[in-house]
Each structure stands twice: as structure tokens, then as C-alpha cells.
Write a protein that binds this ligand. Structure first.
Ligand SMILES: Cc1ncc(COP(=O)(O)O)c(C=O)c1O
Length: 384
């Protein structure tokens, strides 16, 4: 008995592994500050929960069309217009169980064995995992701490070959916190059009911006028809457990995308889908409050880490992670992470976000200011 060979190409997300190790230490009495996991430490706002509870009580507990409930897709289309200024038809919206399947579906629907896919490295580990899984060739877009994780358009241009099919971008970026601004996106869109590429634009952190406004690459001329926009409820509304993502999918890929939903999940949970209407129609102040709190935590963690010898922490412009270089401590990032955990701080090895992440570690600041201060003290004691 053997598993399929393709399983050896499937990667993972180390956040879940570190969380399991941290929990074991906690069971043995070690106090841990959790800075490993990427989810807002806030409750889903009351009015959103109420929408779902009412939906269950009203009997909304059945299968829905695979792409999602039409009224919900219509409200998402309006949200896309409100947040990106794009005119989108509800027919081009596909609701998924969390935003992650959008990455999987894109790779399955578009990438043939041998096709090359450009993706950010360091980046969300699922991109590289999925490219490998479907037999594509991952071609990293290097994000360098020394350049504040900014993209180098010339380098990207040089990485394009006649086999390049897809470009994955993620702004604001997990783990780097860097943002692609208008000029970067304009330059990227020219490359995409010149080379006949398709884009997966992961915009799941679009509301978590500490300067400037979110711009989608799909807003540039002729980009809409070749861009899949990924967004979802997990981060913006503290709804990670509700498993709700949504994609804007161009006509050409739409049928395949919906069919992947049919084959895989049938549909996202019906009452969960309906909560989207409650979220988008309801007051926005809780999301704004949460983002303001993240801004304060960001200042605290960036200044705290930069006050420790050997750590160099760039100021993130978005998302809720810092990705400092720990190279000057003389430690490898995996050793740093492993040794810091039993001293009471859980964080992630930069290399788990790709080869170019070595020398950095990721701290999520989805934790209270008090706990962030506790963590900084522990890191300072650890470095000595
Ligand atoms: C960059 C990025 N894209 C997508 C996702 C997936 O989000 P979801 O929890 O909705 O599947 C995450 C979650 O951590 C993420 O960081």
C-alpha cells in the first residue's frame, strides 16, 4: 500500500505545526505568547453572527448552487465595486469554503505540467505547494529584506520565459507586510499584457493597510479579463472559522472554477454564505476599530524588535505581520524559532515562507499589546 507520488509534492503551512508544539508545551505548564498564527484575535461582530443564526433558524441549511447563493454573489459584486471601483457581474463571483481553495482551483484550472508560475518568495506557502502539486514549475519573485521587500520589475521581467503562464501577487503581503502601489501594479500589468499571462491577485489583506489605499491590478486597462481576484471574510471580519472566501473570475475560467467547487465542496455552507450580506450591509466600525488596534500594535512590535541588538525589523505597510531579519544574531532562523518557543514565544521560521525567507522570522501581531510587550521582553532575554 502506497500513497500517490503527487503527495510528495504537497507542502504545508508551518503555523499549524508550531501551534501544535506550542500547545504541547502549554500542557506541560510553559506560558507561551502566540505570535505564530495568522488570525485576528477578535470576535466576529455580533450583527454578523446574528445574520447566520437567523439564517439557520429560517431553515437556510441546505445545498446552494455551487458558485454560491445569487443574492450573496450580488452583494459581493457590489462590495468589489465599493472597495476596488470595479464593475463586476454577480455571475463572475464564486464563493468558496475559505479563500484557500481559490489558490488550489486556480492552479488546477490553469497550470499544466511544466508551466511556469511566478510567485512571491517569501510568500504564503500554499502558492508554492500548489504549483508543485499540479506539476507546475515555481519561479520565485524574490522579496529582499534589504530592499524593504519591494519588487524588482527588471528581475521579474528576466524571470519570464515562453513557459510562464501565471503570475501570483499578494498585496498586502503575508509574511512581509509589503504593499504593491499603483506604479508597481501598472508596471506589472504591462508585463502581464506583453507576455500574455494570467494573474492571481491575492487581496485577502486589502483592508489592513497602514498607509495609502488598496489598488487592485484588475483596475488597469485590459486586466480584468485576465485577473482572478482572491478575497474573503477570514481576516477583514475576524471570521477564520466560518470558512468563507470569494473570487472574481473572468468568463474564460468561470465554468471550470465552478465545476471545481461542485467536485470538491459542492458549495460553501449556506448560512455561512448568508452572513456575508450581514457583514457588508452592517456597520463597519468594528473592522475599522480592529485595524486601528493593529496599527498601534504594529508600532509597538516594530519599535520593540528594533531595540533588540541583532534584529532589524522593517515597518510593514499592511497585513498584521512583521518579518524581521535576525541574521545579525548569528543564528539560523529555524534555530531561532526552535529555541525561542520553550522560552515562551511562538513565531515562524522565515524559510517556511520560501527559500528567500531564510534569515528572517515572522511574528503575527494578532495578540494584545500586553502580550506583545511580554514577548519582546522574552526575546530580549533570549538574545542576551
Ligand atoms: C495571503 C493569504 N491568502 C489566503 C489565505 C487564506 O485565507 P482563508 O483562511 O480564508 O482560507 C491566507 C490565510 O492565512 C493568507 O495569508
Amino acid at each position: 500500500m502506497e500513497v500517490a507520488t503527487r503527495m510528495s509534492r504537497l507542502g504545508t503551512e508551518s503555523a499549524f505545526e508550531v501551534l501544535a508544539k506550542a500547545k504541547e508545551l502549554e500542557r506541560n505548564g510553559v506560558d507561551i505568547v502566540h505570535l505564530e498564527i495568522g488570525e485576528p484575535d477578535f470576535d466576529t461582530p455580533r450583527h454578523i453572527r446574528d445574520t447566520a443564526i437567523n439564517a439557520i433558524n429560517d431553515g437556510e441549511t441546505h445545498y446552494t448552487p455551487s458558485a454560491g447563493i445569487f443574492e450573496v454573489r450580488s452583494r459581493i459584486a457590489k462590495y468589489i465595486s465599493e472597495t476596488r471601483g470595479l464593475d463586476v457581474s454577480p455571475d463572475n463571483i464564486v464563493i468558496t469554503s475559505g479563500a484557500k481553495p481559490i489558490i488550489f482551483h486556480t492552479m488546477l484550472a490553469l497550470v499544466n505540467p511544466g508551466d511556469e508560475v511566478l510567485y512571491p518568495n517569501p510568500g504564503f506557502p500554499i502558492y508554492e505547494s500548489m504549483i508543485n502539486f499540479v506539476g507546475g514549475k515555481p519561479v520565485p519573485i524574490k522579496l529582499d529584506v534589504k530592499k524593504d521587500f519591494k519588487i524588482d520589475i527588471k528581475e521579474i521581467q528576466n524571470s519570464i520565459s515562453d513557459k510562464t503562464k501565471l503570475l501570483v501577487i499578494n498585496s498586502p503581503n503575508n509574511p512581509c507586510g509589503s504593499v504593491l502601489y499603483k506604479e508597481d501594479l501598472e508596471n506589472l500589468s504591462k508585463l502581464v499584457l506583453d507576455n500574455d499571462l494570467i494573474v492571481l491577485s491575492d487581496e485577502v489583506y486589502n483592508r489592513f493597510l497602514y498607509q495609502g489605499e488598496h489598488v487592485s491590478i484588475a483596475t488597469f486597462p485590459n486586466m480584468m479579463e485576465r485577473t482572478i481576484i482572491l478575497d474573503g471574510m477570514s481576516k477583514t471580519y475576524a471570521m477564520t472559522g466560518w470558512r468563507l472566501g470569494f473570487a472574481v473570475v473572468p468568463d474564460l475560467f468561470l465554468e471550470g472554477f465552478v465545476r471545481l467547487n461542485t467536485n470538491n465542496i459542492s458549495c460553501a455552507a449556506s448560512f455561512s454564505q448568508l452572513s456575508i450580506i450581514g457583514a457588508f450591509d452592517g456597520p463597519d466600525q468594528e473592522t475599522n476599530k480592529m485595524i486601528e488596534e493593529f496599527r498601534q500594535r504594529k508600532e509597538l512590535i516594530v519599535s520593540g524588535l528594533n531595540s533588540i541588538k541583532g534584529i532589524n525589523c522593517p515597518d510593514p505597510q499592511g497585513a498584521f505581520y512583521v518579518f524581521p531579519s535576525i541574521r545579525d544574531t548569528g543564528m539560523k532562523s529555524s534555530d531561532f524559532v526552535d529555541q525561542l518557543l520553550p522560552r515562551g514565544v511562538a513565531c515562524l521560521d522565515g524559510e517556511s515562507f520560501g527559500f528567500f525567507g531564510e534569515g528572517c522570522v515572522r511574528f503575527s501581531f494578532a495578540n494584545t499589546k500586553q502580550n506583545i510587550e511580554k514577548a519582546i521582553k522574552r526575546i530580549r532575554d533570549f538574545i542576551g
